[in-house]
Design a protein around this ligand. Structure first.
Ligand code: GUN
Length: 285
């Protein structure tokens, strides 16, 4: 048996075209959605993500602006900019690209973002909303994974979902979003003993651990849905996920590729969150 490969690029395009019509409607009413992205330093991966986000915004008619700061910028400078953006009526979403340089306290910076403009959903208020099932801004990567499952008619309720990775950006919000939809959850970390014991029991396996090709076919239950959130640069310059694609595709029922899987979905969900923020801003006028 060979897994059905979930095409993240195609799905991301479909979602963008659905949401472009929301953006068009807002523009007709005189409110173009706007996203501000703050980037500090010159982490090459972050620079690529930010460029891709700006390009995707253009595609759907979102005004976007990138606020770049040098590596040695102070936290106060960045916070002052966020405060300006919080009261800028053209901006409906503010995103601080992570990771920030070491001399920053990320949680302090994120706590300054207006909760209505926190399109990443990382502000403590929005994290609390997610925990209590009152989600306002679903964090973009796990939101993209949920969309992939839904669009492929994969039932979540009652299944056993195993998440490998416990980051604030992916693992923890992913667990909460699957839990909210009725899955039984196991969260594994890089320290979990007998990892394969857990992963082999997964109906849905989401891997976000940052270790290239760590999940091999013997760690996957036949027919499982395997979602690979990892993106690792290999010594030869190629990209690899956290899942050993070639062996796992022979065992899994569904599998996402890297690149072309979860990555493009994350950006589409950011566009959705930004447009939704603009819609809510219009409703408040
Ligand atoms: N760095 C890696 N992923 C993300 C993300 O989803 N949002 C932000 N702000 N930074 C990231």
């Amino acid at each position: 048996m060979s897994a059905k490969i979930i095409d993240g690029n195609a799905l991301a395009r479909e979602i963008r075209s659905e949401w472009k019509s929301h953006a068009d409607l807002l523009i007709e009413r005189g409110m173009q959605p706007g996203l501000a992205v703050i980037i500090v330093g010159s982490n090459p991966a972050s620079s690529i993500y930010v460029r891709n986000k700006a390009r995707a915004c253009d595609e759907v008619g979102i005004h976007s602006e990138v606020h770049s700061f040098p590596e040695n910028a102070s936290q106060d400078e960045v916070i002052a900019r966020i405060r300006e953006l919080n009261i800028d009526a053209r901006i409906h979403g503010i995103l601080v690209q992570l990771p920030l340089p070491n001399h920053f306290e990320s949680s302090e910076v994120i706590s300054v973002i207006s909760v209505e403009k926190d399109v990443d959903g990382f502000h403590l208020y929005n994290v609390g909303a997610l925990v209590t099932g009152n989600t306002v801004f679903p964090p973009c990567t796990p939101f993209g994974v949920i969309k992939m499952l839904e669009k492929n008619n994969i039932a979540i309720e009652g299944c056993h979902a195993v998440i490998v990775g416990r980051s604030n950006i992916v693992g923890k919000p992913m667990a909460l979003m699957l839990l909210e939809r009725g899955a039984t959850i196991t969260i594994c970390t890089s320290k979990t003993r007998d990892l394969a014991e857990h992963t082999r029991r997964a109906d849905i396996l989401v891997v976000a651990i940052g270790r290239p090709r760590m999940i091999t076919s013997s760690m996957v239950k036949p027919g499982a849905v395997v979602i690979d959130v990892g993106i690792n640069r290999m010594p030869d310059g190629s990209l690899a996920g956290d899942v050993d694609f070639e062996s796992v595709k022979e065992v899994a029922g569904h599998l996402t590729p890297v690149p072309g899987g979860v990555g493009p979905m994350t950006i589409s969900m950011l566009l959705c969150n930004t447009i939704a923020a603009a819609e809510r801003a219009l409703a408040r006028i």
